[in-house]
Design a protein around this ligand. Structure first.
Ligand code: SF4
Length: 351
């Protein structure tokens, strides 16, 4: 019979609790955590600093399960899109990216998404379910193993789903990835992206160590944002920006505002000026992301003149802004393109 509890998604404190129930000292939880998340070991039998009897009892009572790497697609720009098949048959995607500032793993937080942003293919899937912390960390673990990657690297929760609608598992994932006995990533290497779920953004703001926070803004008027991002019907731009202002950023820390430029929709000089008015006095940077045109969505990439004029207005106002051309466009791994499961045998079946 399949053991119910998968220890892979447990925090060190939860591991200690599980072990305490069988009379084990708390430090065994730390050892187990280290094996899984520092050494990438998924077999109790190989955890050589645990007593043999403990290894056997763990194996009979618990599961250690990461993710089944189903397929990978290599982009010509060096990024790789991964498809994972979950235990219930659902599929999710994650992306390995080589950026100027190092390797970044873009992971999913949900199967599908309920937020319904009109420029995003994931929205077309609708919402299926939240990912567990084991499934979120599992994406990192599987890509790490596939690429023989060692920390530190960056993790962005910008794949499929709205991480703040899966807050408990997002927080647990942050805890696991930042724990010194595991990956030991600095919170500053992890970015949580949100479409603007204000209530849970304020909850996230209570963390002792804030991750980097990215707000997907994409419009400068409520009228347009209501259309592009239904979340705006609940929390208007002013409320979102007020919540951003209240976040306890450290000195020198900046929020990131993502702005997908949709040709002829939100890329005018008036939009740029309103963006300056909204964000001008915030500690932030703006990522301008030219839309990746796709036949399924009714938008086009902005023309280069509009893009340059938009950027120039932000720069003249000393608003830090960068144009980010999405990577992995040739394999459907670019921003807003994670959605379509591809078919075929899993990698593990083929080897
Ligand atoms: S952009 Fe993000 S929040 Fe919006 S539908 Fe897509 S995955 Fe969900």
């Amino acid at each position: 019979m399949r053991n119910e509890v998968n220890l892979f998604g447990c925090s060190p404190a939860e591991l200690a609790e599980h072990l305490a129930r069988s009379g084990q000292p708390a430090f065994r939880g730390g050892q187990l955590f280290q094996w899984m998340h520092r050494h990438g070991c998924m077999d109790f039998a190989q955890m050589t600093n645990l007593p043999l009897a403990l290894r056997a009892s763990l194996a009979s009572a618990f599961r250690l399960e990461s993710l089944d790497l189903h397929q990978r697609q290599q982009s010509s720009d060096g990024s790789v899109k991964y498809l994972f098949r979950l235990a219930d048959g659902a599929t999710i995607e994650a992306v390995y990216l080589e950026m100027n500032h190092g390797v970044t793993l873009c992971i999913s937080s949900q199967v599908g998404c309920i937020q319904g942003c009109s420029f995003c293919l994931t929205a077309r899937m609708g919402f299926v379910r939240n990912l567990s912390a084991a499934e979120m960390v599992g994406q990192v673990s599987a890509i790490r193993a596939d690429r023989s990657l060692e920390p530190p690297f960056n993790v962005v929760m910008m794949g499929m789903g709205e991480p703040l609608l899966n807050l408990a598992n997002t927080l647990r994932t942050l805890e696991i990835l930042t724990h010194p006995q595991g990956y030991g990533l600095s919170a500053k290497r992890i970015t949580v992206s949100t479409s603007g779920h204000v209530r849970n953004l304020l909850e996230l703001g209570k963390l002792a160590k804030l991750p980097r926070i990215a707000i997907s803004l994409n419009a400068t008027t409520d009228e347009l944002r209501d259309q592009l991002m239904p979340v705006n019907r609940q929390w208007k731009i002013a409320e979102l920006i007020a919540a951003c202002r209240s976040l306890p950023l450290g000195s020198g820390d900046r929020l990131t505002f993502e702005y997908v430029l949709l040709g002829g929709i939100n890329d005018t000089t008036q939009d740029a000026k309103r963006l300056v008015s909204l964000l001008g006095d915030l500690s932030c940077r703006v990522n301008l992301i030219p839309f990746n045109a796709t036949p399924e969505l009714p938008y086009r990439q902005p023309d280069s003149a509009s893009l340059e004029a938009f950027l120039a207005i932000l720069e003249r106002a000393s608003l830090r802004a960068t144009v980010r051309w999405s990577k992995g466009r040739d394999v459907g791994a670019a921003c807003g393109q994670l959605a379509t499961p591809f078919q075929g045998p899993s990698l593990s079946q083929r080897v």
